[in-house]
Design a binder for this molecule. Structure first.
Ligand code: ATP
Ligand code: MG
Length: 358
């Protein structure tokens, strides 16, 4: 598949502070690509450079095979959807959507027809004559999308487009946006700080920390095989154990953890010296008696149980000043099995833990 966007070593400073440092990635035709990271890590700045509202200090951006250096926003084959929607309050929904086409010189009849089509795409048929103040948050969001889509850009840039919506509507809109993206086949670059949003919507995700892209992978790859502690911690829940590698072989390493002894985990590449072992809460098995297999076995006492409906998170004190969180599915039996103060054995198979070197 051909690349629609190529970002090559792009950096941007504001005064002495680097907002984006050496960012490089490609987005392919029709891909749903997410930029994910905590507040202030440079997501919006990167998106604004793609749109042409900011100029990179270094590196270059290629869109549709053309170097965008010096190309103003209105000459780029991209459109941006802002978090605030930025609708014109005095115009109807249809006028809002048609505005860009009219400003570009299209006649009223064609602009209206295109606007009607775009509104059908976002399921707002029949709302053409309303004004923005007569719409719900989700409907305003859709008008903003229709307005961005009507010009048929190669790429749609979306900056936290769902953040103003309530939790339930946000989830509905996630599915709608994915459906829309698949039906129009335009590449989406979607900015969010919400890991669930990125995991559930994007084909690939770039995780950013302090202006740098730490890892680019598909959702499963990021969750199962994060390349550093930052990504492991940012995507989902994780337990971390620091230690020193004592043996390794056949993809498995044994780590000596000062307070817990020998722990095992899988390694992506050969490791040595100081490492961090990471285990996801749902990969920890709890049992009333020790399990006898070649994995890691530990013992502790339940100190807290947090009930989330579909699962419960169980905090276990290992007696060394360290706690571990395990999660269990509330599928009827297992969820009700543990109580605060229960003595439990916990274990994991070597494949269920990952050795991190950064
Ligand atoms: N116009 C500007 N002038 C000075 N500093 C800026 C400007 N825009 C952004 N910054 C700084 O650059 C860094 C990155 O900001 P950016 O808005 O890209 O972060 P973000 O990842 O989008 O965060 P959020 O999730 O909060 O929207 C921040 O430290 C921010 O304060
Ligand atoms: Mg932002």
């Amino acid at each position: 598949m051909s690349d629609v966007i190529a970002v090559e070593g792009v950096s941007k400073r504001f005064g002495a502070d680097a907002a984006v440092e050496q960012a490089s990635f490609e987005v392919t035709q029709g891909e749903f690509f997410a930029l994910l990271g905590p507040s202030g890590c440079g997501k919006t700045t990167l998106l604004r450079m793609l749109a042409g509202f900011e100029t990179p200090d270094a590196g270059r951006i290629i869109i549709g095979g053309k170097d965008m250096t010096g190309v103003p926003p209105n000459r780029r084959p991209v459109n941006m959807v802002f978090q605030s929607y930025a609708l014109f309050p005095h115009m109807t929904v249809a006028e809002n959507v048609a505005y860009g086409l009219r400003a570009g010189g299209m006649n009223a009849k064609d602009a209206t027809r295109h606007a009607t089509e775009a509104l059908a795409l976002v399921r707002l048929e029949g709302m053409e004559k309303r004004r923005p103040d007569m719409l719900s948050g989700g409907q305003k969001q859709r008008v903003a999308l229709a307005r961005a889509l009507v010009k048929r850009p190669k790429v749609l840039l979306l900056d936290e487009p769902l953040s103003a919506l309530d939790a339930k509507l946000r989830e509905t809109m996630r599915l709608e946006l994915v459906r829309l993206q698949e039906s129009v086949g335009i590449s989406f670059v979607f900015v969010t700080h919400d890991q669930d949003e990125a995991l559930s919507m994007a084909g690939r995700i770039a995780v950013m920390e302090k202006g740098r892209i730490r890892q680019i992978a598909n959702p499963r790859g990021l969750y199962e095989t994060p390349n550093c502690r930052f990504v492991a911690d940012f995507i989902g829940k994780a337990n971390f154990f620091g230690g020193t590698v004592t043996h390794q072989g056949s993809g498995i390493a044994v780590v000596n953890c000062p307070d817990l002894g020998l722990l095992t985990g899988r390694m992506e590449r050969s490791v040595s010296g100081a490492v961090t072992l990471m285990v996801r809460p749902e990969r920890i098995r709890l049992s009333a008696a020790p399990l006898t297999d070649d994995g890691t076995n530990l013992q502790g006492r339940v100190t807290h149980i947090a009930y989330y409906g579909d699962e419960s998170r169980i905090v276990i004190d290992l007696g060394t000043g360290r706690t571990v969180t395990a999660s269990i599915a509330n599928d009827g039996e297992s969820g009700a099995r543990w109580r605060v103060d229960s003595e439990v054995f916990l274990s994991w198979r070597p494949d269920d833990a990952l050795i991190l070197t950064e």
